[in-house]
Design a binder for this molecule. Structure first.
Ligand SMILES: Cc1cc2nc3c(=O)[nH]c(=O)nc-3n(C[C@H](O)[C@H](O)[C@H](O)COP(=O)(O)O)c2cc1C
Length: 148
């Protein structure tokens, strides 16, 4: 079973809610999952961290939410390579905006840069089209967790 850190990027609470539900689900499957609302670099690079699950909304003009931005900047600056870790991405957005789900794309690119191994395809949840975001995430997590 894996030690999973959920890296949340949330302004209004949607992504946080999805992250909490996913953590419950993963813990129910026997994993050790912790949701980090203000993730620190140390917690992410820690040896005991096996898997990173990014769960972020997009804000502003396609930006990473304020609570996740410090980690993004530190990872960019320090570029700690983590080829032994795995990750997945849940990206919340609204296709009514120009830079649809851009924060999830940025986090995905960063993880690739840091050589973290991606598990599965990122899940993109469009607020315009998805009535039940938690349910969409839950279905995705089932498939994702099976690949861990
Ligand atoms: C002021 C504002 C700006 C937003 N900008 C974008 C954007 O550029 N791209 C996008 O895909 N979604 C954008 N969204 C939609 C949010 O990502 C979406 O509503 C998400 O579910 C919010 O999650 P949160 O409650 O965790 O912050 C924006 C929403 C607001 C309120």
């Amino acid at each position: 079973m894996a030690n999973i850190k959920v890296l949340v990027g949330s302004t209004y609470g949607n992504a946080k809610q999805v992250a909490d539900d996913c953590a419950d689900q993963l813990n129910g499957l026997g994993h050790n999952t912790v949701v980090l609302e203000d993730p620190e670099l140390d917690e992410v690079v820690a040896e005991e961290t096996d898997v990173l699950l990014v769960c972020t909304a997009t804000i502003g003009l396609g930006e990473i939410p304020n609570n996740l931005m410090p980690l993004y900047a530190k990872l960019k600056d320090n570029t700690p390579l983590m080829p032994e870790k795995r990750y997945g991405v849940i990206s919340l957005g609204d296709s009514g905006y120009q830079n649809f789900a851009n924060a999830g794309k940025q986090m995905d690119e960063l993880m690739q840069e840091l050589q973290v191994q991606r598990v599965g395809e990122p899940l993109v949840i469009d607020a315009c089209e998805t009535e039940d975001q938690e349910e969409a995430a839950s279905e995705w997590v089932s498939g994702w967790a099976a690949q861990l």
